[in-house]
Design a binder for this molecule. Structure first.
Ligand SMILES: [Cu+2]
Length: 651
């Protein structure tokens, strides 16, 4: 078989295999700057309008798949009822938001080309919008769910219909609240679009042409097994935000991950945490000059640089200052093999704070798809699961019996924490044991460090070129090159604008920029982008510790340059090429809708302006987004403005 993982590598890229470990170690949501925060409190919510709005009625026809040929596009109707409850998914009760009574919310599924019509009923006591992450909303930018950008918030008691096509897109996506950080309270769920029959798939490369195995993968693709990682906190996101803006504390500590909404808290020994976190301590000390330690939840004590010294952080239950760890015995997720030769997992990061490393004890995994695009498959033992990104993976079920841990370990400097689910070859049991013994090869520790230091078995996202070779970036020159600087301007304010401008949270309640008469704002880019233009987003991260996962609405982009070591240093891609830059890849770059920007590094995202609208571009760490790290790029807005339905404008 011709496939060779290394073939896809580009020796010139400084994030090729050999660099992954170093890069992994600098991934961070930690803190280092000790600048003063004014301590002002944010403006409280205020209703932008108070007239009850009638539900938008859409004419839809729900056809059973059985009744029509597979290629006939249908309208798939969903109702999403948002409520609040009081639950303890990992053993500690707190207010929890639910979609149709569950967290995560129900699967929204479609065949490529179908229309999705999702009616959201807001029975919460807070405003809400729903963003369908990664869905282009081609021709319907008002369905993007960005408050103050594409729509007004859905206030308590109101409903809103999101109606959009999936044409041209397939694979794994998700939906989540886009007001404040409410998705971290539970308003999040999966979207899965089965690829059209004529989409080329890479399964033959995985099975080495074994027709039976390929047909198994093809069948599993219709209904992949959910593997959703989410972070969970003791406090609600509003409570954390209140402490953040009142006391100037950057929230950098979670109460563990959940997998498919389940998990339990374990309390590793201080020795285990310190061993797994040694690299993090070193990075933090190099950046700040401060020696520090971990608490029993694995949280880095960053009180010397994070927030006001002298306040009683424990009494505040401030994030980053945890009380002692208490182990719980709540249910973990268990997947039973049931005799199949393969498992296909739909891995979605629904987290809002931390990225993670995924590995499965004793099992390889083939990465097939990233952010809704089939890639040149990679066989790995570890997958970096970027914040908000999606991965389809196939796992050969090579064991005969036993239980094997599926591990997600936090990848950030700020915390050493791991959550596990189980891959079980045994018969299902009614109740869970305290935990299964570890029975096989463990590839990574609780900090996500690979035990084999020479391993190149971690997923190389730089080399993850689309499987379809035609999915290539335009070769330029770009009509627009927009420069951004990822920058922490105070303890709890984060900017992506070169001048440090912050997008205010109050923007969520302003007249949406898609049709507002006044778009004159420092974080709104009204630079004359016309349909068909090529746009380059050049993004330098000036921080020495913090990684920012950047997400663009309305488009998929090519990552045509990246480095974990250096800023870009040029004003355009063409200038970089002319000067012999080694980081440019216009040949087979990754194709993504979200991508991490390493500390001190850079990325260049190239996309075609094929979707008139007003599109958010922001960091997906919720507390960074909420404190300013966001911008809106206007794209041929005047062309789409006359087409906005009155029902959306009047909502
Ligand atoms: Cu960020």
């Amino acid at each position: 078989m011709a496939f060779d993982k290394d073939r896809a590598n580009d020796d010139d890229k400084d994030r090729a295999n050999g660099d992954d470990k170093e890069r992994a170690n600098v991934y961070s949501n930690g803190a280092y700057k000790a600048s003063h925060f004014p301590g002002s409190q944010g403006t409280r919510d205020s209703r932008a309008h108070s007239v009850p709005i009638p539900m938008i009625k859409c004419i839809t026809t729900l056809l059973s798949l059985l009744a029509v040929p597979a290629f006939a596009a249908v309208v798939r109707e969903y109702s999403l009822n948002l409520t609040a409850s009081y639950l303890a998914p990992n053993g500690f009760y707190r207010e929890t938001f639910l979609v149709n009574g569950q967290h995560p919310g129900p699967l929204i599924e479609a065949d490529e080309g179908d229309t999705i019509s999702a009616t959201v009923y807001n029975n919460l006591q807070v405003p809400m919008t729903i963003h369908f992450h990664g869905i282009h909303q081609l021709g319907t930018p008002w369905m993007d769910g960005a408050p103050g950008v594409s729509q007004r918030p859905i206030f308590p008691g109101e409903s809103f219909v999101y109606n959009f096509t999936t044409a041209g897109q397939y694979g794994s996506y998700w939906y989540h609240a886009h007001v404040r950080s409410y998705y971290q309270d539970g308003i999040r769920g999966p979207v899965y679009i089965r690829p059209a029959n004529d989409r080329p798939r890479p399964y033959d490369l995985v099975t080495e042409g074994n027709a039976t195995a390929t047909s198994i993968l093809r069948a599993l693709e219709n209904n992949p097994t959910p593997l959703y990682i989410m972070d969970w906190t003791k406090l609600t996101s509003d409570a954390i935000y209140y402490r953040e803006i009142t006391y100037g504390i950057d929230p950098t500590c979670i109460l563990g991950f959940l997998i498919n909404g389940k998990g339990r808290l374990t309390c590793p020994t201080n020795e285990a945490i310190t061993a797994a976190g040694a690299g993090r301590l070193e990075i933090f000390q190099n950046a700040t000059g401060i020696r520090t330690s971990f608490d029993s939840l694995g949280c880095l004590d960053i009180s010397a640089v994070n927030g006001y010294p002298g306040i009683d952080n424990v009494a505040l239950e401030a994030p980053g200052y945890s009380a002692s760890c208490q182990a719980t015995n709540t249910d973990r997720e268990i997947f039973y093999i049931n005799g199949t030769d393969w498992m296909m997992f739909n891995v979605i990061s629904m987290a809002g704070a931390f990225a993670s490393y995924l590995s499965i004890d004793g099992h390889d995994m083939w990465v097939l798809q990233v952010d809704g695009t089939f890639i040149q498959p990679q066989k790995v033992k570890q997958l970096y699961v970027g914040l908000s990104s999606r991965y389809m993976i196939a796992v050969p079920t090579v064991k005969d019996s036993g239980n094997f841990a599926i591990r997600f370990a936090c990848s950030e400097v700020a915390q050493v924490t791991e959550q596990i689910a189980w891959l079980s070859y045994n018969a299902p049991t009614a109740s869970q044991p305290v935990d299964y013994p570890v029975t096989s090869d463990v590839y990574q520790d609780i900090g996500g460090n690979l035990y084999d230091p020479d391993s190149t078995q971690t997923f190389n996202e730089t080399a993850a070129a689309p499987f379809e070779e035609s999915v290539k970036p335009p070769q330029g020159p770009a009509q627009h090159a927009i420069h951004f600087t990822l920058n922490r301007t105070a303890v709890v304010s984060f900017s992506l604008m070169d001048g440090g401008a912050l997008m205010p949270i109050e923007m969520e309640y302003m007249t949406p920029l898609l049709w507002a008469d006044d778009v004159n704002h420092p974080t709104t880019l009204d630079i004359g982008i016309k349909t068909g233009d090529i746009v380059d987003l050049i993004i330098d991260n000036t921080d020495r510790v913090i990684l920012h996962p950047m997400h663009l609405h309305g488009h998929t982009f090519w990552v045509v340059s990246e480095s974990s070591r250096e800023n870009f240093g040029y004003s355009t891609v063409e200038e970089a090429i002319a000067n012999g830059s080694s980081t440019i890849n216009l040949n087979n770059p990754p194709y993504r809708d979200g991508y991490p920007v390493a500390p001190r590094g850079h990325v260049v995202f190239r996309y075609i302006a094929d979707n008139a609208g007003a599109w958010m571009f922001h960091c997906h760490i919720n507390m960074h987004l909420m404190t300013g790290m966001s911008a809106v790029i206007l794209e041929d807005r005047e062309a789409i403005r006359p087409k906005i339905p009155a029902s959306v404008i009047d909502f």
